[in-house]
Design a protein around this ligand. Structure first.
Ligand code: SAH
Ligand code: ZN
Ligand code: ZN
Ligand code: ZN
Ligand code: ZN
Length: 485
């Protein structure tokens, strides 16, 4: 089946069609209701619709595929349901957390974490894991409170991996939200932020903040109770534990006693903007339903994503703005905060909070632009002609009078193309052919190579086939300090 989908994706553009998820006819894979896609490119199959897994881009992780007009036999349906059941986690969330409580009560020398299975194991289970790598010393209560340091980041080659915030960014985010007076933080795909919040609460230095983590990585069931973690898919707004989890989620959104809620999300970058935006709108609608707010109100949100997605995100959320703050990651070879010799992070905050309230750290070079009324990066100089601080990537942009706008410093005005471009651009072709690969046969929108590069389809980083993507390199040693080679 995977082959069919690859062929479909390779031969043209794909658009996601958002459906009403209460629609019970949507076929399901182990990751909940599938997404409906439509081919937009050239070729015979144009316009034909199909369902594919919402969460996984790599067909090896989930090869779910079905033409929308395909009739599925009873037998195939049953086989599919059976397969979905067989892919469920070993234990229920409740069982996982009961295990955790028992685990913590064991004496230190009886606590083990199996690295191969990414599981806390009990003495009675050791023989089953005898051939596996395990951590036996040091599984202290302190370490159990930072599961993101204990678990290996998911390392899915094709869909990328789990990228964990550097402390700098994590504490910046938390301090920012505390400063704005939020008391409840809904962490969507941000396990490290979630655990840092819990950690800070324990230290008792800052005001207590509640946090609920929603993530598809069910390994976190081992460490967090049901009121702290929901096994959740953000591409189809699906709660794996159905009603039970939804109840916790809704309860969390209720701003009892005036405790303000904010949502922070850091989705896989390969992910599709439209289904993500749809899930976040659903959250906002739930928030609205459970609180006395005006009709126009939106749940406060911060969506962490690369800057080149700005047009797509603003299209879905016109009330959002992109901030200059560069988000840093620990285990990513490229995305480190910009100092000389290091690549600057392309990852930014998109938010419906007021930009002027978001104070960016001066010691990292950010300054306030009083015309734009927001903090901008050091290199982002205000352009009076454009009447904005135009830089998206942190470098100083230059105004081109012919184009009538500011452009990247590496671009030059090309008179045959009639606009600014990189010096080695495919000259004279950009207006007729494809902007991505230079082909004259199609436009950018239908470029088959586009999806392999920036906007892989569907799903993206961190998509699940958990056991397969726990890196074999993940040993006891690199668990202490997670740096990247
Ligand atoms: N920077 C964050 C982690 C971001 S990595 C931090 O440090 O906390 C992306 C996160 O999204 C991972 O935790 C991954 O498990 C989760 N994720 C990936 N696909 C998802 C999906 N379909 N639904 C929900 N969460 C998902
Ligand atoms: Zn799937
Ligand atoms: Zn400005
Ligand atoms: Zn300008
Ligand atoms: Zn120009």
């Amino acid at each position: 089946m995977g082959k069919i989908l690859d062929d479909v994706v390779d031969s043209g553009g794909i658009e996601v069609i958002i459906q009403n998820e209460s629609d019970k006819t949507i076929p399901r894979c182990q990751h909940g209701p599938a997404l409906l896609f439509e081919k937009t490119g050239h070729g015979e199959e144009k316009g034909r619709r199909f369902y594919a897994c919402s969460a996984c881009r790599d067909r090896k992780d989930c090869n779910f595929f079905q033409w929308a007009d395909e009739k599925i036999s009873e037998a195939r349906m049953l086989a599919r349901e059976e397969q979905n059941r067989s892919k469920m986690p070993l234990f229920t969330h409740q069982e996982y957390f009961t295990r955790f409580r028992e685990f913590v009560s064991l004496p230190l020398e009886q606590r083990r974490f199996c690295v191969d299975c990414q599981m806390l194991i009990f003495p009675g289970e050791w023989t089953n894991h005898a051939k596996h790598k395990s951590l036996s010393e040091d599984v202290t209560v302190q370490r159990l409170k930072r599961p993101s340091l204990l678990l290996c980041p998911l390392d899915n080659k094709k869909s990328n991996a789990q990228y964990l915030f550097a402390d700098r960014s994590c504490h910046f985010l938390l301090d920012l939200l505390l400063g704005l007076g939020f008391q409840k933080i809904l962490c969507v795909g941000t396990p490290r932020l979630h655990e840092v919040i819990k950690f800070r609460n324990m230290e008792g230095k800052s005001p207590t903040v509640k946090s609920l983590l929603l993530d598809i990585d069910y390994r976190y069931c081992q460490f967090f109770d049901q009121d702290e973690f929901c096994h959740y898919n953000m591409f189809n707004h699906h709660f794996f534990d159905d009603e039970e989890a939804v109840t916790f989620f809704q309860g969390f959104l209720r701003e009892e006693g005036g405790a303000k809620v904010v949502m922070v999300t850091d989705p896989p970058f390969g992910g599709l903007v439209k289904p993500l935006a749809n899930s976040f709108s659903q959250m906002s609608m739930t928030w609205k339903k459970h609180n006395k707010v005006s009709d126009a109100a939106e749940m406060p949100m911060i969506w962490i994503f690369p800057y080149f997605f700005e047009p797509r995100i603003l299209e879905c959320f016109p009330s959002f703005s992109m901030l200059d703050y560069q988000v840093d990651y620990d285990n990513h070879p490229l995305y480190k905060h910009g100092k000389k010799g290091r690549k600057q992070s392309p990852v930014r905050l998109f938010t419906n909070l007021s930009p002027k309230d978001i104070i960016l750290p001066e010691d990292e070079g950010y300054r306030f632009c009083s015309v734009c009324e927001r903090f901008v990066s050091a290199g982002n100089k205000h352009c009076p002609k454009c009447d904005t601080c135009p830089s998206k990537d942190g470098r100083e942009w230059r105004h081109c009078d012919e184009c009538g706008r500011c452009v990247k410093p590496s671009w030059h005005h090309c008179s045959s193309c009639g606009h600014c471009a990189l010096p080695d651009h495919p000259c004279g072709q950009s207006q007729t052919g494809c902007f991505n690969c230079g082909s004259q046969k199609h436009k950018l929108r239908a470029c088959p190579k586009k999806h392999n590069k920036r906007m892989p389809l569907p799903g993206g980083r961190g998509a699940q086939g958990l056991s397969k993507h726990i890196t074999s390199k993940c040993t006891a040693k690199n668990k202490r300090k997670r740096t990247v080679k």
